[in-house]
Design a binder for this molecule. Structure first.
Ligand SMILES: [Zn+2]
Ligand SMILES: [Zn+2]
Length: 180
């Protein structure tokens, strides 16, 4: 590229809230973030392990007075302070349950919605119960646990009794026909 080319900044990253950084391209594969360029040009080369950060948390404010070389921890602290941190910024779960103290469970550094957890548990129990339910239409009895029966004990007894009556009827008819 030549020095007369005008650098047209663009938003780096695919953040749909446009919270990414302004970047300029200095040729193919040479994208630089504007704030990093400003710091490098007017402050000093990037110290090892440091990141170019914005004092006010606004990625589009690339004035030198707003920029500094900070650590990864600085970046996290700033992000929380400026309310752009992914978690700190959300107050509701995807199902619109409030992330308040009694509804939030922390697990491996992540937040989980207790209400959603309870609903998931209830659905799982319901599904399990449906599987254990007698297959006779309208019968709400549970099948005996631990076997692959389709019907509950009482429906099975009814079916057995019906079979027994039918068998007795058959043999009664057989005798009636053959003993003439
Ligand atoms: Zn929820
Ligand atoms: Zn039944």
């Amino acid at each position: 590229m030549t020095s007369t080319q005008i650098l047209r900044p663009y938003w780096a990253g695919n953040d749909r809230h446009r919270r990414g950084h302004l970047a300029v391209s200095l040729g193919r594969g040479n994208a630089f973030k504007v704030h990093t360029l400003v710091l490098e040009a007017f402050e000093c080369p990037r110290p090892p392990g440091k990141l170019g950060l914005h004092q006010d948390g606004r990625p589009d404010n690339n004035r030198l007075s707003n920029l500094y070389w900070g650590t990864y921890e600085d970046n996290l602290r700033d992000a929380v302070k400026h309310g752009v941190h992914h978690w700190a910024n959300k107050t509701k779960c995807p199902q619109d349950h409030e992330y308040n103290e009694e509804n939030t469970r922390m697990y491996h550094g992540r937040r989980y919605c207790k209400a959603c957890g309870l609903e998931r548990g209830a659905r799982a129990r319901e599904a399990k119960r449906a599987l254990a339910l007698c297959q006779t239409e309208g019968c709400q009895n549970l099948k005996s646990p631990g076997d692959r029966l389709r019907y509950c004990d009482s429906c099975r007894d009814v079916a057995r009794e019906r079979k027994r009556v039918a068998a007795a009827e058959r043999s009664r008819r057989w005798y009636a026909e053959h003993k003439k």
